[in-house]
Each structure stands twice: as C-alpha cells, then as structure tokens.
Design a protein around this ligand. Structure first.
Ligand SMILES: Cc1cc2nc3c(=O)[nH]c(=O)nc-3n(C[C@H](O)[C@H](O)[C@H](O)COP(=O)(O)OP(=O)(O)OC[C@H]3O[C@@H](n4cnc5c(N)ncnc54)[C@H](O)[C@@H]3O)c2cc1C
Ligand SMILES: NC(=O)c1ccc[n+]([C@@H]2O[C@H](COP(=O)([O-])OP(=O)(O)OC[C@H]3O[C@@H](n4cnc5c(N)ncnc54)[C@H](O)[C@@H]3O)[C@@H](O)[C@H]2O)c1
Length: 467
C-alpha cells in the first residue's frame, strides 16, 4: 500500500487526501492550524460569508428604486453577530472536512511539519512533526505532498497590530465597524473588502499602486466596478504605494512613497501573500523554489525531488482554492500511477465577489489585445436585458471570445450581481471546446440574465459557424 504524507490541510491537502483515499492509499495529513486550511478558516470562506451579510444591505440600498420603502439607515449592522456567524461557519466547515477525512480512513495529525531527508535519494521520504506539546514525531512516506499555502505579506514599516493596522484575517476580531477604513492594495482581496465595508456604510479610501482598481483583471470589468465604488463614495488614490503606516492613538496614517499621506481610523493591508515555504527543510531536501519562495512544480505537481509533490498557494501557480484542489488531486493520481491530465489553466473559472461580481474564464481580453490569441469578441451590456431592467440593474455586461476560424469558445467575462453563477455556461463551452453556435442555439429562460449569454453568442456567430 502506498504511504502518503501530506503537509497542510487546506484545499490542496484535503482534496488530495480524499482523492488518494479512493485508491486505498495509507494517508497522513499534518496541519498546524486546522483542517480546511487558511482557505476555510481565515481567507476564502470567512470573506465570502462576511460579504453575504453585506449583500443584504446591498438589496436594502436598492429597495427604494423598486418601490419598497426601507432606508439603509434602518438596516442596522450588528458587527459581533456578523463576525460570530463568520467564525461559526468557518469552524463548522472545517469540522465537516475533518469528519469526512476521518471517515475515509485518513490519519490526521495536528502539528508543524518539515522534511527530514536523512538519506537524500532513497525512495522513502521523512517528515518530522513538532506536536502541540513540543515533542516531535517522525513520519515516512513513499510520497510527500507539500500543500502549506501562503500568508499575508507584511511590509516592514506597516506591521499589523490587530487593532488599527490589520490584515484581512484580523478583521473579524473588531467589535465595531471602522469609522474610516483605508485599504492598501487594490488586488482582488482589497477590492472585495472595499466593496463589503462600503456596503456596511463605512467610509473607505483605497490606495492603489496602479491607475485603477483590480490591475490584473479585465479592464472593462474593473472600470465598471470602479464606477460603482465611486458612486458609493469610495475615494480611490491612484499611482500610490504605501511604504509606512503609523498609529497615533485612535487614528492611523499611511505614508505614500510620493510624500502624500492618508489618515483613517483603521488601515487594512491587502498587499498580497507570501508562500509558507520557510522552515520546511526544502533546501536540505533539494526541493527547488523560485526567487519569491514558491516551490517549482510541473503540470502534474512534481517538484525537483522524485516522490515529493507540491500543490496550492505554496506553488504560486494560480492562487485559487479550485486550482489548489485540482493540483492536489493530480499529484495523487500521478504518484499512484493513475492516468492523469496535466493541469490546464486556460479553463479555470474564477469570480470577484464585489457588487457587481466579476467572473472570468479562459483566455483574457488582455492576451487577445496583445495578439497572443487570435479571436472574435463581443461585449454585450446588460442594460438591454429585460430581466436586468426588471431588477433595476444599471451596470454589467457579458463578453465572449471565440476562435476566428472555428468559432470555438475560448473565454469570457461576466459582470453582473451573480456573475459567479452566470459564468458556468461559458466555462462549460470553454472546457468542452463548444462552438459559439452551440451557445447561440441553446434555450435560455425568458426573462433571465443568461439570456445575455446566448444573445452575445448569437451576435458572435458568423454564417459559416452554422454550416
Ligand atoms: C481574502 C481571500 C479570499 C479568497 N477568496 C477566494 C475565493 O473566493 N475563491 C477561491 O477560489 N480562492 C479564494 N482565495 C484563495 C484561496 O484561499 C487559496 O487559493 C487557498 O487557500 C489555497 O489552498 P492551499 O491548500 O494551497 O492553502 P491553505 O488554504 O493556506 O492551507 C494550507 C494549510 O497548511 C498549513 N501549514 C502551513 N505550513 C505548515 C507546516 N509546516 N506544517 C503543517 N501545516 C502547515 C497552514 O496552516 C494551512 O492550514 C482567497 C484568498 C484570500 C486571501
Ligand atoms: N474571489 C476570489 O477568488 C479571490 C479573493 C481574494 C484573493 N484571491 C486570490 O488571491 C490572489 C491574490 O490576491 P490579493 O489581492 O490578495 O493579492 P495581489 O498580489 O493580487 O494584490 C495586491 C495588490 O497590492 C498592491 N501593492 C503591493 N504593495 C503595495 C503597497 N506598498 N502599496 C500599495 N499597493 C501595494 C499590488 O500592486 C497589488 O495590486 C488573487 O489573484 C486570487 O487568485 C481570490
């Protein structure tokens, strides 16, 4: 029976364990902070749960336009209750995953692990674990999977104190809403929290190192979001890098590299993450990392050491829970000698949980504009969609990209309140190499926002696609 030791119990680690369990392997998962990983306990699940509460205020804000007389001021926010709900849901999900792993026969160990390659080159790999009581225990596996995730990046002169200078994992300890939140960093994490706090009625200032919010995302989508946030009173400071954050009593000042300052009641640092690859004994074991500390892997999750695999945020491939899980499963199938397809990032769907949401799949507009992929493209505003009109939606669009000659769908973007759900038909088309005519001929419900997906496809269809 193949012995597998997995370091890290996040989506990469636990999904790998479940996949390998189905093949009867002997699996041990070692985690230092809790099964479910940072994804379930501190990052993805808590933030989306928090945003679910703020979404109620979003609907209340819109109610008057639809003839329902509720004022947002009457929708009082009970911060401790929201935070408790976030914590309860995260711990419950962690407990569910834990029970599932145990029921599949996986051994769970609570502790901090590192590689212990006493005899480099032999087929069994050693892992030494420091247990909560300080004692150590050694485990051996034919295969080791490193799935240790990542942690919030800390700027030397802007260290979170957990009270006024915060990282995103500390927000749920606040007893009251910030009066004025200054968010440093306009990536996905920054944008989601800017949105959430604005909906809760908090004054928010966003410091962006670039000329816009979400510099890595579809530009048209980012501009829609920027416009929506501006309308809700968010102040966006562009071309600004913070290099120092200072606290003076109840206020906090961020110093920007160009000499400007921004003062608020709280600062939230969303300046990215760093991989958890220190103190893992990687160097001694000969596991290669890149210059940013990410473990180097190929498309079946192999590291530079035979039998040692890595998956998830510690590899820096694409920091998404879905990708981490896929990398973990692929590592297991490969190590167990099962047939496996290398990971393909061109079919990954993801969403940004702002209002409106922004969902993307496949090839990006930027890559098309740069000439990397020849494509026919269409962008259809939701303003023409009957369901959008009925619901009072003013913003959003559907984009679809297809190959010029064959009409095969290669990507798309949806900006809409529930874009995370609406992207699926386009993702299905990309994954299965469907043609734009397949989408165009599919019945969508009338009236529905998915009607814009089929309509966009119809606009993209050329006569020869139908031959
Ligand atoms: C605010 C935020 C929101 C996000 N929202 C989404 C989203 O909506 N959708 C999405 O797809 N992705 C989202 N992500 C990304 C997603 O959370 C990550 O891609 C995912 O957590 C990666 O999973 P992982 O298994 O690699 O690592 P993790 O979830 O970080 O788990 C790694 C685990 O390993 C443990 N560990 C570390 N070192 C050791 C060691 N030496 N010994 C033992 N255990 C160790 C850690 O404590 C942790 O429990 C979000 C990220 C952030 C920051
Ligand atoms: N909904 C989701 O799926 C979701 C949500 C959050 C995060 N994620 C994943 O996590 C990844 C990382 O996102 P992120 O937003 O945490 O990090 P990021 O690295 O994408 O963004 C951080 C931003 O902060 C800026 N920055 C860095 N230093 C700065 C400084 N000193 N002053 C001002 N700005 C500074 C960077 O230029 C960058 O734009 C995403 O690409 C995504 O894959 C996903």
């Amino acid at each position: 029976m193949t012995k597998i030791v997995i370091i890290g119990g996040g989506p990469a680690g636990y999904e790998a364990a479940l996949a390998a369990a189905a093949y009867g392997a002997d699996i041990t998962v070692i985690d230092s902070d809790g099964i479910g990983g940072a994804c379930v306990l501190w990052d993805c699940v808590p933030s989306k749960t928090f945003i679910a509460s703020t979404g109620i205020r979003t609907e209340v804000r819109r109610a008057v336009d639809l003839g329902i007389n509720i004022r947002t001021d009457d929708a009082l926010v009970t911060v401790p209750q929201i935070h408790q709900r976030v914590r309860d849901l995260a711990f419950a999900q962690s407990a569910d995953i834990r029970s599932r792993l145990i029921s599949e026969g996986v051994t769970l160990v609570s502790g901090r692990a590192q590689l212990d390659e006493r005899q480099v080159g032999v087929s069994a790999h050693g892992v030494i674990v420091t247990l909560p009581d300080g004692s150590t225990q050694r485990y051996e596996g034919d295969v080791v999977l490193i799935a240790t995730g990542a942690s919030p990046r800390v700027l030397a002169d802007a260290r979170p104190d957990g009270e006024r200078i915060l990282n995103w994992r500390q927000l749920y300890d606040l007893e009251e809403l910030p009066e004025h939140l200054v968010v440093i960093g306009s990536g996905v994490t920054g944008a989601e929290f800017v949105h959430a706090y604005t909906e809760l009625g908090v004054k928010v200032t966003l410091v962006s190192s670039r000329d816009r919010v979400l510099p890595g995302e579809d530009e048209d989508a980012a501009l829609v979001l920027e416009d929506a946030l501006a309308e809700r009173g968010v102040e966006l400071i562009k071309h600004a890098r913070a290099d120092k954050v200072e606290r003076h009593g109840d206020s906090v000042t961020a110093h920007l590299t160009d000499g400007r300052t921004v003062t608020g009641s709280h600062v939230l640092m969303t300046v990215g993450s760093v991989p958890n690859t220190n103190d893992l004994g990687l160097d001694r074991a000969g596991v290669e990392i890149d210059r940013n500390g990410y473990i180097t892997v190929d498309r079946v999750s192999r590291t530079s050491v035979p039998g040692v695999y890595a998956a998830g945020d510690c590899t820096g491939l694409l920091p998404l829970a879905s990708v981490a899980a896929m990398q973990g499963r692929i590592a297991m199938y490969h190590s167990l000698g099962e047939g496996v397809s290398p990971i393909k990032l061109k079919t990954v769907a993801s969403a940004i949980f702002t209002r409106p949401e922004i969902a993307t799949v496949g090839v990006s507009q930027t890559a098309i504009d740069a000439g990397e992929y020849p494509a026919r493209t269409v962008m259809l505003p939701l303003a023409t969609n009957p369901r959008a009109k009925m619901s009072g939606l003013r913003r959003g669009f559907v984009k679809i990209f297809c190959r010029p000659a064959t009409g095969v769908v290669i990507g798309g973007v949806v900006v809409a309140p529930n874009a995370s759900e609406l992207i699926l038909p386009i993702a299905l088309a990309v994954q299965n190499k469907l043609m734009v005519s397949d989408l165009a001929q599919t019945f969508s419900v009338y009236p529905s926002l998915t009607g814009s997906v089929t309509e966009a496809a119809r606009q993209l269809v050329r006569h020869d696609d139908l031959d």
